[in-house]
Design a protein around this ligand. Structure first.
Ligand code: ADP
Ligand code: ADP
Length: 214
């Protein structure tokens, strides 16, 4: 299963990705998570990416492409992978196609999670993430068992620095301008299917699994 999950910020890509990768036993490749890891480790790449991420704009393609190339060529992607947050614009999608071509593989499916923009702002501003393991919660829809603490490791939950309302609005605009053209791009390839992301987390998962089983 070689998959891409698409959708605006806060649509539920990370939440659904966790369930998909468990079902297929494939690695979850989230460029946002990889970039945040670089920032927390203080690498040169992290330093370069941080300014863009804090503003809600895209990190330059050159930085992201080399990360993804390196990641998808590792041995653990033999049974497939799930790309989350990549590609983010048409130029990244074209580069991904070229890279997959070189490896002699194709994408099987592209999952497109559709959610109303108003709902996205409230989801993102109520998102909390574990400062240690990155697990995602929501103070409204998916609270942790103990307030402010991760269910898995008990570490503090934090708000992502780009989940402020103003920055989320910028990110939604960036999605509309630069990422949403990928919907037509993958429709033309015949790989994309839509999922109604306004449903509960479990209902969305059910629809995704049905779409992947087709
Ligand atoms: P993305 O990776 O697309 O930015 P996340 O998976 O991090 O989105 O979800 C954004 C926020 O919305 C999180 O706080 C998550 O717990 C919550 N969330 C995810 N799916 C749903 C859903 N179907 N209904 C309500 N809240 C959701
Ligand atoms: P979300 O889950 O809300 O959609 P991500 O965690 O995927 O957000 O991304 C957070 C930020 O990381 C983006 O706003 C952008 O600055 C940067 N980023 C992540 N993936 C990419 C990418 N493929 N190309 C450029 N920038 C990226």
């Amino acid at each position: 299963m070689k998959l891409v999950i698409l959708g605006p910020p806060g649509a539920g890509k990370g939440t659904q990705s966790k369930k998909i990768v468990e079902r297929y036993n494939i690695p979850h490749i989230s460029t946002g998570d990889i970039l945040r890891e670089h920032i927390s480790l203080g690498t040169d790449l992290g330093k370069e990416a941080k300014g863009y991420m804090d503003q809600g704009t895209l990190v330059p393609d050159s930085l992201v492409l080399s990360l993804v190339q390196e990641r998808i060529s590792r041995d653990d992607t033999k049974n497939g992978f799930l790309l989350d947050g990549f590609p983010r614009n048409v130029s990244q999608a074209v580069s991904l196609d070229a890279e997959l071509d070189k490896l002699g593989i194709n994408l099987d499916k592209v999952i497109n999670i559709v959610v109303d923009p108003k709902e996205l702002i409230s989801r993102a501003t109520s998102r909390r993430v574990c400062s240690e393991c990155g697990a995602t919660y929501n103070v409204v829809a998916k609270p942790p068992k103990v307030e402010g603490k991760c269910d898995f490791d008990g570490a503090d939950l934090i708000t992502r620095s780009d989940d402020k309302e103003e920055t989320v609005s910028v990110r939604i605009q960036v999605y509309t301008d630069q990422t949403s053209p990928l919907i037509d791009y993958y429709k033309a390839q015949g790989t994309l299917f839509d999922v109604d992301g306004s449903q509960s987390i479990d209902e969305v998962t059910k629809d995704i699994f049905e779409g992947l089983d087709k």
